[in-house]
Design a protein around this ligand. Structure first.
Ligand SMILES: *Cc1c(COP(=O)(O)O)cnc(C)c1O
Length: 331
């Protein structure tokens, strides 16, 4: 693999832990469950974007950028980790956030401010439609601007998850039997594509199953297609011979409910179930929907009792505080 050839910056603490979820597994009557704690990557309260930003901001520094810009929803975890990373590298950070400035600031948005980022409110344009205009203004003002892709999902972001699979594969050597499934929340495609490519590159048996959390595609392209292209672009960059096929992309869209960030009973129950069996927090938008989906599939007997399923925790817990009305569940 040639991925070392890409200049990374160090932003987090790796490897993140892998632990067994014994009490959750017992509560559900099997299968054996594990969790990979990317909520503990260590950068500004953690999450999966930390891995991607190590590669993407390595590239930004290599290009001599002094200013970075990215976009997301008001409670974007990607934007919050980008703001923290920019602060640690001495870069000016601009965030283009969906919605209008709220009266009270909480969760990820509060952290964006604390990290000193410049926030631009974009109304309905939550996927970065306003970036070109702002880049033009900043460039005119003499800044060297680097655009961090939406969700950190380009081939560099996928390479970071190829490397994460290398990390996981080494951690799994202490377990007697291989994993049968890896399950996680999938949204802009970088995480899913890197994990899928890693399965091929490291010859792992586990089935790779993304739980779609957003029913909208990306610019009219299906998420499956985005994942396929990102994986194969990353394969090329890493000098791998393997290529992902569209049938390898397994994305479950049964749990998108009423759409992005509309929190319902599935998410709320998953949050309290994991908190009360394992003392681990999920975020309301991504990991609660993915865990809710996994629990639902386990209850519907889609897994065998002797399966060994790893849930990849992708972070996002600061958003719990911004959705306190939706997730509070009494004592
Ligand atoms: C961004 C994000 C995801 C999805 O990762 P993608 O690479 O965008 O598919 C999942 N969980 C959390 C908490 C995230 O912030």
């Amino acid at each position: 693999m040639k991925s070392n050839h890409y200049k990374k910056v160090s932003l987090g603490f790796f490897p993140t832990p892998v632990v067994e979820l014994k009490r959750l597994s017992q509560e559900l009557g099997g299968p054996t469950l594990f969790i990979k704690r990317d909520d503990n990557t260590g950068l500004g309260l953690g999450g999966n974007k930390t891995r991607k930003l190590e590669y993407i901001l390595g590239d930004a520094l290599g290009q001599g950028a002094d200013t970075i810009i990215t976009a997301g929803a008001m409670q974007s975890n990607h934007c919050r980790q980008t703001a923290a990373a920019a602060a640690s590298l001495g870069l000016e950070c601009h965030l283009v956030l969906g919605g209008d400035e709220p009266e009270t600031v909480n969760g990820n948005l509060l952290l964006d401010q604390i990290f000193g980022s410049h926030i631009h409110w974009a109304g309905d344009n939550r996927k970065g439609e306003d970036i070109p205009n702002i880049v033009a203004q900043l460039t005119n003002a003499g800044k060297r601007v680097y655009v961090v892709p939406y969700g950190g999902s380009n081939a560099l972001g996928a390479l970071a998850f190829l490397e994460a699979m290398n990390e996981l594969q080494k951690q799994l050597k202490i377990f007697e039997k291989p994993l049968t499934h890896i399950v996680f929340a999938s949204s802009s495609g970088g995480t899913h594509s890197g994990i899928l490519l890693g399965k091929l590159a490291f010859n792992m048996a586990a089935e790779i199953l993304g739980i779609n959390i957003d029913k909208d595609g990306v610019n009219g392209v299906s998420l499956e297609q985005v994942i396929l292209s990102l994986a194969n672009e990353a394969a090329e960059m890493a000098g791998l011979d393997q290529r992902v096929l569209i049938n390898d992309v397994r994305l479950n869209s049964d749990y998108v409910g009423d759409g992005y960030a509309v929190i319902g009973a599935l998410e709320k129950q998953a949050i309290s179930l994991l908190a009360r069996t394992e003392g681990i927090l999920l975020d309301p938008i991504y990991t609660a929907r993915a865990m809710g989906g996994l629990v639902d599939m386990i209850r519907a007997e889609k897994f065998n009792k002797n399966d060994r399923v790893l849930f990849w925790h992708t972070g996002g817990t600061p958003a719990l505080f911004a959705y306190s009305d939706e997730v509070s569940c009494g004592s």
